[in-house]
Design a protein around this ligand. Sequence first.
Ligand SMILES: [Ca+2]
Ligand SMILES: [Ca+2]
Length: 261
Amino acid sequence: MKIGKKPWVLIILVLCGVVLLTGCTGRATPVQVVINGQELQSDPLPQKTKGQVLVPLKELAQALGVEVVFDEALGKVLITTPTDKLSTKGEFYLQGLHESRTQGPDIKRNFISATDLVEILDDDKDKDLSDYRAGHNGGDELANDPLIVDVRTKDEYDAEHIPGAIWFAGAADMGREEYLQELQTQLGIHTGRGGKKEIVIYCYTGHQSSLVAGVLGAQGINARSLLYGFDLAWSGSKKVPTALKGPMEGNSPACTSPGGG
Ligand SMILES: [Ca+2]
Ligand SMILES: [Ca+2]
């Protein structure tokens, strides 16, 4: 999260003012609060009254990954931001906290499965994905769509790729400053079209893309890796560039030696 301490103080003061205003009378109308493409769930619901938008502090803070504790003895609301608890953005990411969620740390959220990605990209399940592109006018929700980035070779990308995915560098080059800047540019274009501020990286099997996602996460970029990658999970072709087919051991019949040992 790229929010410094001073902006946080401002936000917190505004929120405290918002909470204090909840006692005011007047006709209130519900307001939808959307954080990173997801609607904030709270009880009571966010509402607008007397020209003020009132949002429950507890749920909002949890959605932003912030700890909120009301100390009755002190009569104070104590708020701790993630950047106060973790020393670096990279550490923040590697603890599975790259998304502002209410759940605890979990490295699994650094990955996304192919089935989950399809559901996000094809909300209306008409097989037409990434409808924010020109010429695609389906009924999919765009606000939950991540930017899909292919980090295989350009030839592999040109041959076939996930609809709507972009390519501008292979996995080994993605950490270079020029490509990090290009990635930010592309992410800005994507969010400008109504997409989510999130990146999903994919390669052949998920190995290289996981490394890339880690590098991007260390830069504070909200990135996930497609679990098992394009060849294994998305297309199911299993045509990795170099299949070693090396020796194995285990209980599988394929591992039994010709002599039965
Ligand atoms: Ca969608
Ligand atoms: Ca669709």
